[in-house]
Design a protein around this ligand. Structure first.
Ligand code: HSE
Length: 440
């Protein structure tokens, strides 16, 4: 049987998960692939660093160069993370003619085009299934299973930490701060939790999915990103009364030009807390789970659900890439579909101002005659249509919440109207705005 040798960079939690999964199911992989996969070297930070599963001592080295320069190693798995030394490691491995498997979304987001160019130049592949949604085979599905489709829309719950926090806020009527503190105690959210909570992790993931789906590399700086710090208990409650659940969604949606004269069509690529109808399947994805709702123009609507992180789910994705790499070697890489193909002639990320959305807006207003009319007049002047209004009964002269649900309107028009409304003397706090997704 053909032999394929692995070298792994990183032997901590995820690395030990990959090694353990290979020990458990390596024989099954060999039977399925017709290729014997062997671990040859693992570069670790320290021999005795804490790891949930043991790694064979004789495979370990603290010198990563020993892995990428070993002529017997065919495939290098990069699990170091970050955009510093990991970039050097990946580029070195690629230029040494080794296929690379990475779980590193930050690295791909920052340097995707350079890394894929280096892989193409070296005539090898760079695989990245574990970089998005952990164990869910979303990359392979978009790349291979849906190869005959265009993708009008992809909606993803791609950050488990945010989904855990929002799920608990909804279920328990809890405040954001309290749930975040507990998520950190349980080890779900990092300390500091900014990458998750501020939507950056989700930005990297939806950027990668959008790039793959639309065939041009989406620079993550172009991904409009809002995190979940602005989601409060009161908005969860109003959303629930209106029949919605608030989720942090990564969205990659083909959008038409606003008007034939002025703006070009493009792809909306964004991350923001979104009101989604309770009846939609994504509303019931709770806890640390991830899900991707993918709409293909041929296949229709599909749903992927599973664990987005953790040593075992990530190991499943890494070994799936290893299997592809092994088959490349068995069959000749040129016969297979490359992990990323820049096939779009002109790809355009649509600036958020040009995107059209529906909205939920909560104002804190003084309860007195004429307030509603003043706000409505500003919306009307901006050609923004109101679909419903709620004001809980209050006491005249006191501060009350006033909720507007708004029909489709361009984000620029909404932004400007809210800025005007915020300046009215009857407005007592910064207006809170979330977009609403109807999945039409
Ligand atoms: N921190 C991520 C999450 C997992 O909470 O989903 C790694 O991508």
């Amino acid at each position: 049987m053909q032999q394929v040798n692995l070298g792994m960079l990183g032997g901590g939690t995820v690395g030990s998960g990959v090694f353990h999964a290979w020990q458990k199911n390596g024989a099954l992989l060999a039977a399925r692939l017709g290729v014997q996969i062997n671990f040859r070297k693992v570069a670790v930070k320290a021999f005795d660093e804490p790891r949930p599963y043991p790694i064979a001592r004789e495979l370990m080295t603290t010198d990563w160069q020993e892995v990428v320069n070993d002529p017997q190693i065919h495939v290098v798995i990069e699990l170091v993370g970050g955009t510093g030394i990991a970039k050097t490691m990946v580029l070195t491995a690629l230029t040494q003619g080794k296929t690379v498997v990475t779980a590193n979304k930050a690295l791909l987001s920052a340097h995707g085009p350079e890394l894929f160019a280096a892989a193409a130049k070296a005539g090898v592949n760079l695989y990245y299934e574990a970089s998005v949604c952990g164990g869910i085979p979303i990359i392979k599905s978009l790349r291979e299973g849906f190869v005959a489709n265009q993708f009008p829309a992809i909606y993803g719950i791609v950050n488990g930490t945010c989904n855990y926090i929002l799920s608990r806020m909804k279920a328990e009527g809890a405040d954001f701060g309290a749930v975040l503190a507990e998520a950190q105690k349980l080890g779900y959210a990092e300390t500091p939790p900014d990458l998750d909570i501020d939507g950056i992790d989700a930005q990297h993931k939806i950027g990668i999915l959008a790039s793959l789906a639309h065939g041009f590399w989406v620079d993550h700086h172009q991904v409009h990103t809002e995190g979940i710090r602005t989601v409060s208990k009161i908005d969860m409650e109003f959303a629930a009364k209106l029949g919605y659940t608030i989720k942090l969604l990564g969205i990659a949606k083909q959008s038409k030009a606003q008007s034939p004269k002025s703006k070009a069509a493009g792809v909306q690529v964004s991350v923001y807390p979104t009101l989604i109808p309770n009846a939609h399947v994504l509303a019931s994805v709770n806890g640390v789970f991830n899900a991707c709702f993918v709409r293909g123009d041929i296949v229709g609507d599909t749903l992927f659900y599973g664990r987005g992180a953790g040593k075992d789910a990530t190991a499943s994705a890494v070994l799936s890439d290893v299997a592809d790499a092994a088959l490349d070697l068995k069959n000749g890489a040129q016969v297979r579909l490359a992990p990323f193909v820049a096939h779009a002639k002109k790809g355009r990320v649509m600036p958020m101002d040009e995107v059209t959305s529906q909205y939920y807006v909560r104002f804190s207003v003084v309860d007195k005659p004429g307030v509603l009319a003043k706000i409505a007049a500003i919306f009307a002047a901006a050609k923004i249509g109101i679909s419903s209004v709620i004001q809980p009964e209050g006491h005249e002269g006191e501060s009350v919440p006033l909720i507007f649900m708004i029909h489709d309107a361009p984000n620029a028009a909404m932004r400007k109207a809210l800025a005007k409304i915020a300046k009215l003397p009857v407005i007592k706090a910064k207006p809170v705005m979330f977009r609403v997704e109807s999945f039409d």
